[in-house]
Write a protein that binds this ligand. Sequence first.
Ligand code: TYM
Length: 353
Amino acid sequence: MGSFKPLVFSGVQPTGNLHLGNYLGAIRKFVALQESHDCIYCVVDLHAITAQLVHDDMATQIRSIAAAFIASGIDPQKHIVFNQSAVPQHAELAWIFNCVARIGWMNRMTQFKDKAGKDRENASLGLLAYPSLMAADILVYRATHVPVGEDQKQHLELTRDIAQKFNIDFQRRIEMTGHAVEMVVGEEHINGYFPLTEPLIEGPAPRVMSLRDGTRKMSKSDPSDLSRINLMDDIDTIAKKIRKAKTDPDALPSEVEGLADRPEADNLVGIYAALLEKSKADVLAEFGGRQFSEFKPALAELAVSVLAPVNAEMRRLMSDTSQIDAILHDGADRARVLAEKTMADVREIIGFI
Ligand code: TYM
């Protein structure tokens, strides 16, 4: 009996502009993990139709996420970059997981509650089943590690619940068909077909907050564009958004403890630290006692120096779609082979002929 090979999977939805939260909370971690792991990075276009069905520019959105991956330093030759709908095994496994997961589990998801709003009865069935497709994305490769921002934590706990329930419900058939793999969970050794995936949430910026309200997450769906820095923003726009960012009247503290109850100051210092790959304490050692009027221009300059090269490379890639399309096709071809192997096992475990 083998054990699970470490494998990283993560996904980004092609909905709206990618922003600094996506970049610092997710994409930068994707880039770093390439050194130590085999990685699969997916543009999750099937997820993008759950909240809004019709998108006039879906193809452009898909390409722009792939371009952001590559411009940020993901190597599509050594690793795999593709779009979800090109590998139908994701949807096939999601259907099976729809029958493993319970409606109550889905109803408890805070993202479903937020996105569905007051009129839950009128949300698409896809929006309710969203986490089941997400579990399928990860488990169709039997991925062991998933780098994400903090907002995806609950979905990843549900992914583990689905894997565990499948392993238990089909325990006898998994053993009978010779597909059991041993894994260590805490102190225990257990057998199953799907790994219990580890979320990788820690990092310099697991939760980047809105520039307009330090208590709310920076989000693609915030109606105010001033609330976020988009990867495609030009230099002047980045500088303007930082200049207009909400702050309080006090100078920056010298110690991290001084950021408590100052959500906007905490967020801007956190962004500065993450961009520089240093700690908040390091940033405050330099800027403690200084006013925002001095800190904001430094932050704008740093943000531009990090984002401008990514932005320029994204624009170059987007100007000739043939290169991005070739990368996505090649990635999907390689992903399909891996996903089909899992699906062949799963069909055998269930007893489909
Ligand atoms: P999505 O497209 O909303 O976001 C992509 C990634 O960016 C992270 N993120 C943030 N991190 C820090 N601060 C923020 N303000 C912030 N906003 C977003 C997200 O946590 C995410 O890592 N459900 C997923 C997509 C998905 C997926 C998957 C992820 C589908 N299948 C399988 C991992 C594995 C989502 O909507 O991400």
